[in-house]
Design a binder for this molecule. Structure first.
Ligand SMILES: Nc1nc2c(c(=O)[nH]1)N[C@H]1C(S)=C(S)[C@@H](COP(=O)(O)O)O[C@H]1N2
Ligand SMILES: [Mo]
Length: 324
């Protein structure tokens, strides 16, 4: 007897997805039955449970085992909601992501302000499974849903003076406790800003993500719209974006403003350039093994996070120790 199986999905992913679906069905049934669940499990805003689709399979997906939904949504960096890994899931539950507007401005022929839905609507949503390597030496594999950033840039028609694009996160201390005076947000300069050189931003690997695991992006992962630049350290992938600005000169970025010696503008994943306080040669894949092996960081970090074949040419002739 012939058993049909989707040819391009490795069996470990099917297992992970199946477990995830089962857990989700259980949660829905439990919610319908009025059972009380542990806080945080079923309390996210309705939008984050919404199935996105239809999705096409995008290019560049890795076949590595995807990180569990739980780790992806409970182990986060989003300092607007606190510096502990569990803070974003706990503190972003009631974050309002509708209505949401995105402004495109600066050196572009078609500056505009869009409602979120209009910003996204023209583009086909894709699933792309990417590695994410955090500067703190942990990594995950995340099944994003999104579309290429270069589509948005082409629509904006940058002028010949545009060399960079800056991205800005929402500024709203009422909703984002980390932005209020105090230590919850590590005293960063708000709003969070990031930037890319225009040719980096045009690279087909760079996407805007609006979902993960086939569903609307959970608040703690940067809803409603965040950048994903998989060959750079995670902090370049700015969350909850409200503005894109095309500029002539290199824009300031939050982490290099906070500590220029430790965090550069480029921040390409590079095992040969250590952070002043720790090695970047190895990393820990979150959820991969026991707690003990988390501490032993046994996975070798790859140049450009394993995307060197695609992106190394962007930096031909540049000294990546100087432009770290
Ligand atoms: N606005 C904003 N974007 C942000 C951050 C942040 O604190 N604020 N943290 C960054 C860091 S350090 C990482 S590693 C990734 C984490 O993304 P994830 O929580 O979806 O895994 O988001 C990045 N984007
Ligand atoms: Mo990070």
């Amino acid at each position: 007897m012939l058993i049909k199986q989707a040819p391009d999905i490795p069996s470990h992913e099917i297992t992970d997805e199946k477990l995830y679906r089962e857990r989700r069905r259980f949660l829905q049934q439990a919610a319908a039955a009025g059972l009380l669940l542990a806080p945080g499990l079923n309390a996210w805003p309705q939008e984050s449970k919404k199935k996105l689709g239809p999705l096409k399979k995008g290019p560049f997906s890795t076949v590595e085992k995807v990180t569990s939904y739980k780790d992806i949504t409970r182990y986060n960096n989003f300092y607007e909601f606190g510096t502990d890994k569990s803070d974003p899931a706990d503190n972003a539950k009631n974050f309002r992501t509708r209505p949401w507007t995105i402004t495109v401005e600066g050196e572009a022929k078609r500056p505009a302000t869009y409602q979120l839905e209009d910003f996204i609507k023209p583009y086909a949503l894709e699933e792309r499974i990417y590695r994410l390597r955090c500067v703190e030496a942990w990594s995950m594999v995340i099944p994003w849903v999104g579309f290429p950033l270069n589509e948005i840039i082409k629509r904006a028609e940058p002028t010949s003076r545009a060399k960079y694009v800056q991205f800005t996160t929402l500024l709203d201390p009422k909703q984002m406790p980390g932005q209020r005076p105090g230590l919850l947000g590590a005293g960063l300069d708000w709003p969070y800003v990031e930037g890319l050189r225009l040719d980096e931003a045009m690279h087909p690997l760079a996407i805007f993500a609006v979902g993960l695991y086939g569903e609307v992006l959970p608040n703690q992962n940067g809803a409603p719209l965040r950048l994903v630049v998989p060959w750079k350290y995670g902090f370049k992938s700015i969350k909850s974006i409200v503005k894109m600005t095309f500029t002539e000169s290199e824009p300031p970025t939050t982490w290099s403003k906070a500590n220029p010696r430790e965090y550069g503008f480029y921040s390409n994943v590079n095992p040969a350039v250590d952070h002043p306080r720790w090695s970047q040669a190895y990393e820990t894949r979150v959820g991969e093994d026991s707690f003990l092996s988390r501490l032993t960081r046994k996975r070798k970090t790859l140049s450009f996070n394993g995307y060197a074949d695609q992106v190394a040419s962007l930096y031909a002739g540049m000294d990546l120790k100087k432009f770290f």
